[in-house]
Design a protein around this ligand. Structure first.
Ligand SMILES: Cc1cc2nc3c(=O)[nH]c(=O)nc-3n(C[C@H](O)[C@H](O)[C@H](O)COP(=O)(O)O)c2cc1C
Length: 199
């Protein structure tokens, strides 16, 4: 090997070593960045309390829940508000009786949740109507992709439990991780907090 060849070999080997080191750093940097981005994404996931309320009872419970859970609050607003006559369960031809007799009814909603992707847990609240959730809740669930999100149903009622709520709600958000529906009838903040912590 003459002197030129020795210099050339040294330069080429040096360059190869430097690019290998650079690639290593780049690789490490990428890995670290990915971890950080994932951590940040996980930390930034939020909770939403979405509710429908015809006469204000569920709204009151939902407002308290959003405060205790440190969550955003969203009212599901029907395109056509329910009048007292619509809510008359003794009248078989009232709007609520007709809707609840037809499980495929989907009453229209006037508003939407901004940026549902930012939430990983969604509490969904409603009054019990005829032992289940009003079908407007099915309309709500079918408007978004809940795949991978946790849905926590809650309700107020005149005394009934959740009845067959889940049988009719689950098919409207099949990819969600569903929790058992909870009655918030007369529930205080302390009890709400321990329920949320137990989820
Ligand atoms: C059409 C209709 C059907 C209802 N069905 C039931 C029922 O099956 N069981 C029950 O305990 N309460 C029933 N209720 C009472 C409501 O669930 C209760 O008053 C609820 O707290 C009202 O919530 P809101 O004020 O948010 O609309 C019914 C009310 C209406 C209007």
């Amino acid at each position: 090997m003459n002197i030129k060849q020795i210099i050339l070999t040294t330069v080429v080997t040096g360059c190869m070593a430097l690019s290998a080191m650079a690639a290593g750093f780049a690789h490490n940097t990428n890995t670290n960045t990915n971890i950080n981005i994932n951590d940040m994404t996980n930390n930034s996931k939020k909770t939403l309390v979405a509710y429908f309320s015809a006469t204000g009872t569920t709204m009151e419970a939902a407002t308290k829940l959003a405060k205790v859970a440190d969550a955003d609050l969203h009212e599901i607003v029907p395109e056509t508000p329910y009048t007292p006559a619509d809510l008359n369960w003794r009248d078989k031809s009232s709007r609520s009786s007709v809707e609840m007799a037809d499980k495929s009814s989907r009453p229209a909603i006037a508003n939407k949740v901004e940026n549902m992707e930012q939430y990983d847990t969604v509490f969904v609240g409603y009054p019990i109507w005829w032992y289940i959730a009003p079908t407007i809740i099915n309309t709500f669930l079918e408007q978004y992709d809940f795949t991978g999100k946790t849905i926590v149903p809650f309700f107020t009622s005149g005394g009934s439990g959740a009845g067959e709520t889940m049988k009719y709600l689950k098919p409207s958000a099949p990819g969600a991780n569903w929790k058992e529906p909870k009655s918030l009838n007369y529930m205080g903040e302390a009890e709400m907090k321990s329920w949320i912590d137990s989820l």
